[in-house]
Design a protein around this ligand. Structure first.
Ligand code: DC
Length: 202
């Protein structure tokens, strides 16, 4: 049986970094499910229909370097409210979750909708201010010119849209363990996540 680890949480809480580190620690596969929605958002920005794009999605569309821009993040959050987009992506994610010897999936609805039976579930959060600061630094390093205030407004708008949508809103699974990374270094956050998963595996 494959071992599935579901990691959910809002934008820039540290899910991606933690998920990658955990996957490498346990030798598991990793899927950043945000990239699926970003790839569709990018296609919508080019004039394509969101549901058609979701049905035709292929691995080559998931190149992170093209997809980590504020415009694409915003478009991703908008296509993510469309139920037919979400259902077109469900089977791919569930199949990925069963890859041997195990898989880490990070997103918004992994523990609640995609993998409700995941062996371990984490909900990773941090304050909106800390998350905006992190995203601001990342964007500045990559040559983007948004101000910190703009990034904070964007983080809050995405939080609201992701949490308030009807289909698969962002919320913790009942059995998810919460990790608040506001005051943790990357190493501390990863260590906390591994401790939680090791406790589950025992
Ligand atoms: O994690 P991210 O910032 O790359 O995600 C981009 C958007 O995709 C996010 O605002 C909401 C959506 N998303 C989702 O609805 N469900 C997921 N499992 C992952 C992302």
């Amino acid at each position: 049986m494959a071992y599935t680890i579901a990691i959910d949480g809002p934008a820039a809480a540290g899910k991606g970094t933690i998920s990658k580190a955990i996957a490498s620690h346990y030798g598991f596969h990793h899927l950043d499910t945000g990239l699926l929605y970003r790839a569709i958002g990018a296609q919508v920005l080019q004039g394509h229909d969101a549901v058609d794009a979701a049905k035709a999605l292929v691995a080559e569309d998931l190149d992170p370097s093209r997809l980590r821009t504020p415009d694409v993040a915003d478009a991703a959050s908008q296509v993510a409210v469309i139920p037919d987009v979400r259902s077109a992506l469900t089977e791919f994610q569930r199949r990925f979750a069963r890859r041997m010897p195990g898989a880490v999936l990070d997103g918004r609805d992994i523990g609640t909708v995609i993998c409700p039976d995941a062996e371990a579930k984490l909900f990773v959060t941090a304050s909106a201010e800390v998350r905006a600061e992190r995203r601001f630094r990342e964007l500045s390093e990559n040559g983007h010119t948004e101000s910190l205030a703009e990034v904070l407004a964007d983080v809050k708008a995405r939080d609201a849209r992701d949490s308030e949508r009807t289909t698969s809103p962002l919320r913790p699974a009942r059995d998810a363990i919460h990790i608040d990374t506001s005051d943790l270094s990357i190493d501390e956050a990863v260590a906390a996540a591994i401790a939680v998963i090791d406790a589950r595996r025992d």
